[in-house]
Design a protein around this ligand. Sequence first.
Ligand code: NOJ
Ligand code: NOJ
Length: 534
Amino acid sequence: MKLVTLLSLTAVINCLYIPVPSECAGSTWLRIAENYLPKSVQNWLTTTDSIRNSDLNAWIEEQKEVSFRAILNNIGGVSEIYNVSQVAKGAVIASPLTQKPDYFYQWTRDAALTIKSLILEINDKEFEGVDDIISTVEAYIENNYYIQRLDNKSGKFNDENKDGLGEPKFLVNNKPFDKHWGRPQRDGPGLRVITVVSYINLLDKFDKGVSNEFLKSREFIYHKIIKPDLVYITRNWMKEGFDLWEEINAHHFFTSITQLAALKDGISIAGSFDSSTEFVETLKRTFESLKKFILSDAGFTINGLPYLIETPTLLKSGKRSGLDAAIILGALHSHNLEFGDFSDIPYDISDSPLLNTLSAMVADMKYRYPINHNRIGFGNPIGVGLGRYPEDVYDGYGTSEGNPWFLATASAAEAVYRFIYKLSLTEENLVIDTENREFFEDFIDFETVETDYLVIHFGSLAFKTLTRNLFGYSDSFLEVIKDHVGDDGSMSEQFNKYHGYMQGAEELTWSHSAVWNAFRWREKTEGLLRELEF
Ligand code: NOJ
Ligand code: NOJ
């Protein structure tokens, strides 16, 4: 090795430690730090327009509209396909398919997550020209007042523990579903709280009132719809239930973390509406207990595994690895950067266990699904089609072999955009250590770094380069989606792992919503990077 290289290498390594030594003040070290980024990746930096990939942009522009319309078409009252005698006003169907598979129901989970996309759209449009979306969101809230109160196979609204609220799905005409199913699913009430509270926050932010005559006011919404769900969480969070994939009766990360976020939302607004300080205290106490459960007792982390475990009992029994897209979805849906401070909710997407979950999912599924094989070996970090979890056998109709899902793939894109967004917004230095190193393996040439503790300073050239490369990485997940949607922008639940054609429930509302969310975060992140002149 030439002396000069050796010297500069030593300088760089020193510069990578905190506190920043004085020799790092100049720009030379930054340029040298660039050398840690693999050559193939550096190309992305040198093409100034790299984050505006024109093909992808054009597709996103179109698909964003198509997906939004597809969401509305699956909601009673705004649908261009169904009238309200077919689908109740405000009911969100999971998919129009009534057989093979029959998804013509309203799932509490799918509906809450989808309506949140509409709320974000109202936010982005600042209440201008979105009257039909506002009335759709309010119709959804009204409709949930009715379905919350239906007696069903999970129980009744008035049961001491409000058991009826754990029912996962209802008919589209607001009748209970009375067949055999994986019930209760305890994530529904919390997801509904998160969605409805975000709407109340939006009304406050833009100083608007409730338009829907039945709902009347924020107070009504709080007392009649939000509070019962909060009560449900306080009485049931410690119990087992079926997971979001409706298969396993146990404790699950997704359920617990979204319940925790719902409690936080509850605490933030209960004070304004509830004269019962006792209830607010109960919420706070439950928040602490549930948080402790998540951080230690539940077994969502174990020594030796860098990623989080969705369902610890399945890992213990040796049935599953614990890896699951539900972890990423859980982090995304429990940290709403835009409506409040979520720093006291653990496991945001920027935290090491989350980044590690994402890289472990990619590492597994790029080999597991043959459709991803043509994306291996380019030297660039590149996104692949992701499924629910490695051991999945649900093929969208019955059981054979699992496939990649649109919503799982989109959640990876959204996660990485949000990671970049958060880093850039908070102007944090990026610290890469043994905890999160795995995620950056493809972005940084660690063989030349020779340190376990790398600090990439906010705003430095290395930081900008890495940010852009991460942006390209998120984009590459969207490219996978682009390759598999229908010519008309339609989206099913899954795409076949061998040939890539769509399968499972057609026009799945949640697929469109998840992809729309990823687009939205791309736009926001790109805007922020441009503002920062990155
Ligand atoms: C339908 C459920 O919705 C899905 O999540 C599950 O994997 C299959 N049934 C198989 O149990
Ligand atoms: C099956 C999925 O596993 C579940 O999460 C979802 O709620 C239903 N399908 C409806 O989309």
